[in-house]
Write a protein that binds this ligand. Structure first.
Ligand code: SAT
Ligand code: MN
Length: 588
């Protein structure tokens, strides 16, 4: 498949280490993938779903102990501990290689080694990068074939270059105690052992496109961010692009595929999806920030996805999709998950593989972090720029998280530097996307806490430096919070399609078309400027969720002071000044 010496040498090493019975190159052809699907159905790794209801779709169950990313077992293995920084687990690279090789040694015996050449980003795009993942899992091969661009073409474009990322995945025994997800940023290398779950094993995704790529971006002057990318088309047919960062399972996929409220649709507004999870952004020849989505599919959270909450995501899963850890409907060969509809299967199998009656059981049918892996091209609102090699120009960057209180529905930062401050202090209540307690507030700067491949203090500085280079062409930076709760614990803002009302305010701000009130935290909308047409929502309630509560923010500023202490000398002085300014503004 290739004469690239750097690849061939590494593969020889991997073969010697892993000792596979067979070696198979993934060439990107449909015939080969079809044969692998058949093979994994025969072995029970995949279940073929009803061909009429869900053509070319499959169900997979992971081990019960292996259902989410494992942040406590994820390591950045840079030579110096300081370069992993205070927010990452660190391991010395020599020690890590030895430990991981000892775990993986001989683990492919009796198995096949699949070699997956893949491209993150449209093949041939100057913003794209290549990788090779070796794996002993057909599930990984089939998911990578949806989530990335795979096969011979990748090798052809790469030629003899050594600019590619090495990814070793071995399921080993799915032993939790020996599960490790290790990134070696200085070596462009990822090693993942003893897991078979999504983010731990689809190495193109978080491991490469965020952890390794963020480090590459720092060195090469670009940005790899945990952001969706969407286009907002106005009635004149002009499209403005927004990139938005939210922690895992905070609705990035929903926002990326939003359907505007009826009255806006009638006026001609449309949303186009470029990406739902990751953005790679570079300064283009015109000085603006241009973004691509390095992925080729959506690895979305299934529970909560339904016709109302995300019609487009659901439509994306109707063909060529792999479902992981959802419930199975034996009578119809169909899948089901919580809140899909009010008609769970009676004769079902739950995500653990046990018989399950959805009508009577109090147990959940699908795991809260169960997923669909769907091809992006299935999405009814996929952007015409999806495969663009130049990407799309970004007008606004939006940060957000789950905050029951405090953070207003939306506000704009005062400038780029202040926007970096807002991103660096982002906080969110935790979800099921990672193992650990759910619902605890944690600081998650730029939604990159589990994904930044280097010292987060340096990462903040990189953001500040990018702002200096972008100058007055820099995107405007905003913060949103869809998740305010009332005293009874209900969401106040309707969210979903109605978030378009907020996006329209954001775009109007970018175009200098609407005024705003300056507050200590930034520019907050006048409530009259958030369009509530056709919405049963009072202006008083809107005022409530736009209010900047001085007392709460003063407490918040104290918590930010604590959060910032972690970064020591690495905290850029600009951000210290920003915090001081916030405190002064609140005291006024
Ligand atoms: O499992 S993944 O890490 O790929 C998805 C997520 O947690 O956002
Ligand atoms: Mn994500």
């Amino acid at each position: 498949m290739t004469n690239n010496k750097t690849i061939l040498t590494w593969l020889e090493e991997m073969k010697a280490l892993l000792n596979p019975d067979n070696v198979v190159w993934i060439d990107g052809s449909e015939e080969q993938l079809e044969q692998l699907r058949a093979q994994s159905v025969a072995s029970g790794e995949l279940t073929k779903l009803n061909e009429e209801l869900l053509p070319d779709c499959y169900l997979h169950r992971t081990a019960i102990n292996d259902v989410a990313r494992v942040e406590n077992r994820t390591f950045i293995c840079s030579k110096k501990e300081e370069n992993a920084g205070p927010t990452n687990n660190w391991m010395d690279p020599q020690q890590a290689y030895k430990m991981l090789y000892d775990i993986a040694r001989g683990s492919y015996a009796g198995r096949t080694m699949y070699i997956i050449p893949f491209s993150m980003g449209p093949i041939g795009s100057p913003l794209a990068k290549a990788g090779i993942e070796v794996t002993d899992s057909i599930y990984v091969v089939l998911n990578m074939a949806i989530m990335t661009r795979t096969g011979q073409k990748v090798l052809d474009v790469l030629g003899d270059s050594n600019d590619w990322v090495r990814g070793l995945h071995s399921r080993c025994d799915i032993d939790e105690e020996k599960r490790y997800i290790c990134q070696f940023p200085e070596d462009n290398t990822i090693i993942s052992v003893n897991s078979g779950y999504g983010g731990n094993v689809l190495l193109g995704k978080k491991c490469f496109a965020l952890r390794i790529a963020s480090y590459q971006g720092w060195n090469e002057g670009w940005m790899a961010e945990h952001m969706l990318i969407l286009g907002i088309e106005n009635p004149q047919g002009e499209v403005k692009y927004v990139a938005a960062a939210f922690p895992s399972a905070c609705g990035k996929t929903n926002l990326a595929m939003l359907i505007p409220p009826e009255y806006l649709k009638e006026q001609g507004y449309k949303i186009w999806t470029v990406g739902d999870d990751i953005a790679w952004m570079r300064i283009g020849p015109d000085g603006r920030l241009w973004a691509i989505n390095p992925e080729n599919g959506f690895f979305g959270v299934a529970p909560g996805t339904n016709e109302k909450s995300n019609f487009n995501a659901l439509a994306s899963t109707k063909q060529g999709t792999i479902f992981t850890n959802v419930a199975y409907d034996k009578d119809n060969g169909n899948v089901w998950w919580e809140s899909l509809d009010k008609n769970p299967p009676e004769n079902g199998i739950d995500w653990k593989g046990n018989p399950w009656n959805g009508k009577t059981s109090s147990e959940k049918g699908a795991h809260p972090n169960s997923r669909f892996t769907a091809p992006a091209k299935n999405c009814p609102c996929v952007s015409s720029e999806f495969d663009s090699t130049t990407g799309v120009p970004i007008s606004a960057i939006v940060f957000g998280g789950r905050r029951a209180k405090i953070a207003p529905l939306v506000y704009q930062s005062k400038d780029w530097e202040n926007g970096v401050f807002v991103g660096s202090t982002m906080a969110s209540e935790t979800t099921a996307a990672a193992s650990g307690a759910v619902g605890v507030v944690r600081r998650d700067p730029m939604a990159m806490l589990p994904f930044c491949g280097y010292n987060m203090g340096d990462y903040f500085q990189h953001w500040l430096d990018m702002g200096k280079k972008l100058g007055d062409k820099a995107p405007k930076i905003f913060n949103v919070n869809w998740f305010r709760l009332d005293d009874e614990g209900h969401f106040i803002w309707p969210g979903f399609g109605d978030n378009m009302r907020v996006l329209n305010w954001i775009i109007a701000r970018c175009e200098n078309k609407v005024a705003a009130q300056e507050t200590a935290i930034g520019y907050v909308p006048y409530s009259k400027d958030i369009d509530l047409t056709d919405l049963d929502f009072s202006i008083d309630t809107l005022n409530d969720i736009l209010k900047v509560d001085r007392e709460a923010w003063t407490k918040e500023a104290e918590e930010i002071t604590e959060h910032y202490k972690k970064f020591g000398d690495k905290l850029p002085t600009e951000l210290k000044t920003q915090l001081d300014n916030l405190k002064k503004g609140l005291a006024k």
